[in-house]
Design a protein around this ligand. Structure first.
Ligand code: DLL
Length: 437
């Protein structure tokens, strides 16, 4: 691990200092949304509260949650707290159905976003000596533009490649001497494969030092695989459009969870079923309140992402709270015959099994009244397909591991290398064909 650099002194404050900043900013935010966002003033009134009721950070838990549906109801700008004239940037996240979730930024919001990304890329190891290739899609998605401005701010040389055009990505890496790759973890895996097909060994023929991955989950096993094939040091970062985009949290090189910028966000963990706030270390749904955003302040946003919070000081010296790797989303959790399974748990088993690669597809369907799950996973070596015995024993061993670790009985099919879908953005690995989840 290189010596850790810390971008901002705001990352090393005492608990008391964070509390004081958070309380002041929370009060300001509640005052402001009650004044400028009719939706929130109504919500606070309906909860029997007034803006002045926030006297302590604990009072936050009396405020109702904001959920994705609130964006839909207020489409496109109903939750904005400033006139459109003050918006300098829009982004949007595509929903699976219907209209996108629209978000906006003032000039100050852009400055905050840039600052928070500068913190996270610095934690990941990037400096002004790095050449950073951004392989997120440029456009309404927050990923590319978000990382872009913060990387420039720390002085890195940014290559705005966008996603796709994979052979060209590899050529540019070679020719420009790329040292940092910014993408989804699934696209990083795909790029490594394409590099090898081109006769380029990513670990030995390229200069990659850092991988900054986010936008989707990845297991520890997947991280190890990416580190191995690329010969880089991977960190992950987390965010969502509604809250800002990337920049909510990121891992430092100690890899002990993702540091949340607590001077800008107040995180809580709740029981997704009851909405009760849980204690430090307990696993539940992440809820975030933004306390510095101007254009789109959000109170108690239910992210649906499942994680836990940890407050002890990190080895890197930062004192900000850390969130554990996202285990999955509450709406991604598969309930299979009463057993709760996150796709990430299946990935953990698959990626740590010998003989198979990191590419897989999960299908869930009903057979009569029963939930069935089928896992297709690529072999590393196509020749295994020629030997019934080898194929059968590998299939059985993966089935047994899935049963032992997760308590589920899955049909496992080993398929030819490079036969499953590849992804240039966020991977879609689960196909749920049941009528209702
Ligand atoms: O994915 C923002 C982002 C871009 C973060 C690039 C990091 C890097 P959305 O498109 O709104 O925003 O998707 C947000 O993606 O609720 C999570 O479910 C998932 N997600 C994002 N980062 C991670 C991560 C961006 N590191 C949704 N681990 C979130 C697990 C992640 N899930």
């Amino acid at each position: 691990m290189n010596q850790q650099r810390i971008w901002s002194t705001s990352e090393t404050l005492s608990r008391d200092e964070y509390h004081a900043i958070q309380l002041k900013r929370l009060k300001d935010t509640v005052d402001r949304v009650c004044r400028d966002v009719p939706y929130y003033s109504e919500m606070i009134k309906n909860a029997g509260m007034q803006p002045g009721d926030i006297k302590d950070l604990d009072d936050l838990s009396a405020i109702p949650f904001t959920v994705k549906e609130d964006f839909r109801v207020n489409y496109p700008f109903g939750l904005f707290a400033v006139p459109k004239q003050q918006i300098v940037r829009f982004h949007a996240s595509s929903g699976t159905t219907g209209k996108p979730t629209v978000v906006g930024y003032t000039k100050n919001d852009m400055a905050t976003w840039t600052e928070l990304i500068a913190r996270l890329v610095t934690m990941a190891g990037v400096t002004d000596e790095d050449v950073a290739q951004i392989a997120f899609g440029y456009g309404l998605f927050t990923g590319a533009f978000g990382l872009h401005q913060g990387l420039e701010h720390v002085g890195a040389s940014v290559i705005p490649m966008s996603s796709g055009n994979t052979q060209k990505q590899i050529m540019i890496m070679q020719d420009f001497g790329t040292t940092a790759l910014i993408s989804t973890p699934s696209y990083a895996l795909h790029m490594a494969e394409v590099a090898m097909e081109m006769g380029v060994d990513p670990a030995n023929d390229l200069n990659l030092k850092w991988g900054l991955f986010g936008g989707e989950g990845s297991t520890e096993a997947m991280r190890q695989e990416i580190n191995r094939v690329w010969g880089l040091f991977a960190t992950e970062n987390y965010g969502m459009s509604e809250l800002m985009g990337p920049g909510v949290s990121g891992e430092c090189q100690a890899l002990k969870g993702m540091h949340i910028s607590e001077d800008h966000f107040i995180p809580e963990i709740i029981d997704p079923a009851t909405g009760q706030v849980l204690n430090e270390g307990e696993v539940g749904e992440l809820v975030i309140t933004t306390i510095t955003k101007e254009a789109l302040p959000i109170l108690r946003y239910r992210t649906k992402d499942i994680t836990s919070l940890h407050y002890e000081t990190c080895d890197c010296g930062r004192t900000t709270v850390r969130m554990a790797k996202i285990q999955g989303r509450s709406d991604d959790m598969l309930i299979l015959g009463g057993v709760n399974v996150f796709p990430s748990q299946i990935e953990e088993v698959l990626v740590s099994s010998d003989g198979i690669g990191p590419h897989y597809q999960i299908k869930v369907f009903k057979q009569g009244y029963l939930d069935r799950i089928e896992v297709d996973v690529e072999l590393v070596d196509a020749e295994v397909l020629d030997s019934f015995q080898l194929l059968d024993s590998l299939t059985q061993s993966i089935r047994n591991r899935l049963r032992a670790v997760l308590g589920i009985d899955a049909k496992v099919t080993l398929v030819e290398p490079r036969s499953l879908a590849r992804f240039e953005g966020k991977a879609k690995r689960v196909i749920d064909m049941r009528e209702e989840k």
